[in-house]
Design a protein around this ligand. Sequence first.
Ligand code: FES
Ligand code: FE
Length: 461
Amino acid sequence: SEATKWAKEDIAALVSDQHGWVDPRIYTDEALYQLELERVFAKSWLLLGHESQIAKAGDFMTNYMGEDPVLVVRQKDASIRVFLNQCRHRGMRLCRADCGNAKSFTCSYHGWAYDTAGTLVNVPYSECFPTLDKKESGPLQARVETYKGLIFANWDTEAPDLATYLGEARFYMDHMFDRTEAGTVAIPGIEKWVIPCNWKFAAEQMCSDMYHAGTTSHISGILAGLPADKGLSDLPPPTEGHQYRALWGGHGAGFYLDDTNLLTATSGEKVVDYWTKGAAAEKAALRFGATAQSRMALLHMAVFPSCGFLAGVNMVRMWHPRGPNEIEVWSFTVVDADASDEIKDEFRRQSMRSFSAGGVFDQDDGENWVEVQQILKGYKARSRPFVVSMGIGRDEGSHPDYPGRIGYVYNENAARGFYTHWARMMTSPNWAALNQTRPGSVNKLDSNGIHTDSVEQSAGY
Ligand code: FES
Ligand code: FE
């Protein structure tokens, strides 16, 4: 195991939940990165796409779990299989297309063919392989589960089921994926681009950082998105909202209440009207059974480790690591399945404008991460911890309407939760060890003097 290069105590000391800092070497160290592939990416539930992207039997798409290429395939019985996109013969990529429909996958190296379930069905010159057992020679299969149309997979047989893994994060996902009984559909196409930065910069920001929205260069994008007769003084950044930190598991989200100013800037007035007024919004409010979810506007969210959502823009993200210093961003947009074609197209256009490879907001975010990563090439730049202390001692607790640990919207508590969970996974050789760190398993005070096993979960999440 890569763990031999870093002692357990040394990894645990890279992150401080109590004092709010992280050691910058977590973004650059090659040995830590190899350990991440083993202990984080090979043990977590990872998003692979939306069910509507492989609707019919034989539909497939290729994707990645960490750096491992996988094939995601719709079966004849409508179930979904995920298996390593690697031929068992000499390791060639089995399928080299992004997506399509297939009856089988034939390796382009020596022609071994596998059916859509991943069973080896044909070997050229098979009489020359008298010892080969075809049934035992399929690619490695991952566990697959879905939540509200989203496809997740996990290599680890000991990991909890997906619903347990997501925990109360499901409440926040529902705000985007369960507004109507029709569910959501993905707008065709996945945008993919490369950013030279560590994957945790992207994931942590979507998890915890509403703080940057009013600074960075987002302001120019906000101005550009406002109606012609309005300026920033008419629509200041909202001040009321909450941040969610997972009780355990590293997930996080932040959202404004009622105020739609930033949502207008990112998504335009048509989308805001659809999202907050009219029949679709009433349907969503009824469905949520209370005003709690209906009041949420522009929610940012990350499911640990590398999946993100932006509700109201309806962007879905995967950040695939490519070494410690690079990511491949995969992004698509979802819409309510029963929305009109006009609204669907408006979501498509607005999410392209705001959050895409060329989106006015995405470019700001990417520039920050690239700069930080570049600076971390310096020896001294890696010598002192970064501050992640916003909100400590200020506003940690529970809320009657929102599950999880809830604080003020401008906060770094969810980031501390993200890094704390990262350190837990990095120091746990398996899920049995990881489960020992769940609330209730350890009776101790957290950084704000709250018993971590006494925070109530609400609404069955
Ligand atoms: Fe696939 Fe040889 S590597 S058939
Ligand atoms: Fe941003």
